[in-house]
Design a protein around this ligand. Structure first.
Ligand SMILES: NC(=O)c1ccc[n+]([C@@H]2O[C@H](COP(=O)([O-])OP(=O)(O)OC[C@H]3O[C@@H](n4cnc5c(N)ncnc54)[C@H](OP(=O)(O)O)[C@@H]3O)[C@@H](O)[C@H]2O)c1
Length: 248
């Protein structure tokens, strides 16, 4: 059977890299992206399977990057079956200190990047008569934490959750499934970038009293890519964060 083709943005590190590795292990053709040529090339070399792996460096907030990702997938592997909009940034900053330029960074990379990459992929999926788009949001959209000031990234991720449901409703009739994944704290380079030195110190946010691993998210992405009848869902992968709290 012909291999399916997946595009994963923000795949040089963390969750995106784990997704790329798991899909390669499962026989998919994979096109990876990040904004840093150096980071992406290192991951490209590390992942191997180069007959089924392509890379496209580019800032995902530029709609030309999404178009180039789709063109690369089609010219190299023939189609785009799955898009995983994973590229994203997340940092804390007090609401009263957020200025327009700072907010625009999150809206551009997280929301606009997801929006226009999905647009490029869905154009191709319509020609194919099928496809699956998976957007990475955050559990904080539905269950905020006051102690972690994150209005700018959470507002951008809330837009991604809304976009996910809207796209699912507009393109379900075209056999295009659109779903979201809302992770809790997942061990990745993102925590250090957010000023959290010890990711495990956040374990208590989850009922399981531990943080998640990138492989956990990759396995959910693989399930969603393969599923035939799931659409319009935002699936939490959060160790129970949404369900409730410990007493202390
Ligand atoms: N880890 C968590 O606890 C957690 C929780 C909830 C949601 N998430 C979401 O999960 C996704 C992956 O995060 P992660 O934890 O794996 O973080 P990460 O290790 O920091 O990965 C982020 C990825 O996005 C890429 N990226 C950043 N800006 C980009 C841009 N402008 N254009 C293209 N690529 C860009 C980075 O690549 P370069 O730096 O090489 O460009 C990197 O590959 C993000 O959307 C994040 O918001 C993570």
């Amino acid at each position: 059977m012909k291999s399916q083709t997946i595009i994963v943005t923000g795949a040089s590190t963390g969750i995106g890299k784990a997704i790329a590795g798991l899909f390669l292990d499962n026989g998919y053709n994979v096109v990876i992206n990040s904004a840093s040529e150096k980071n992406l090339r290192a991951t490209f070399i590390e992942l191997g399977h180069h007959e089924r792996l392509a890379m496209v460096t580019g800032d995902i907030s530029n709609p030309a990057t999404g178009k180039l990702l789709v063109e690369t997938a089609v010219s190299r592997f023939g189609e785009v079956n799955v898009l995983i909009n994973n590229a994203g940034i997340f940092e804390p900053k007090s609401f009263l200190e957020v200025d327009e330029q700072y907010l625009d960074r999150f809206l551009s990379i997280n929301l606009k990047g997801t929006f226009f990459t999905a647009q490029a992929a869905i154009k191709q999926m319509l020609l194919q008569g099928e496809g699956s788009v998976i957007n990475i949001g955050t559990v904080l959209v539905e269950h905020a934490i006051g102690g972690f000031p994150a209005t700018a990234p959470v507002a951008s991720k809330g837009g991604i959750h809304a976009l996910t449901r809207q796209l699912a409703t507009e393109f379900g009739k075209n056999n295009i499934r659109v779903n979201g994944i809302a992770p809790g704290i997942i061990r990745s380079p993102l925590q250090a970038k957010s000023g959290v030195d010890n990711a495990d110190s956040l374990a208590g946010l989850h009922l399981l009293n531990r943080i998640g691993e990138t492989q956990d998210v990759a396995e959910l992405a693989l399930y969603l890519a393969k599923s035939n009848f799931v659409s319009g869902e935002i699936i939490n992968i959060d160790g129970g964060h949404i369900a409730g709290h410990h007493m202390v």
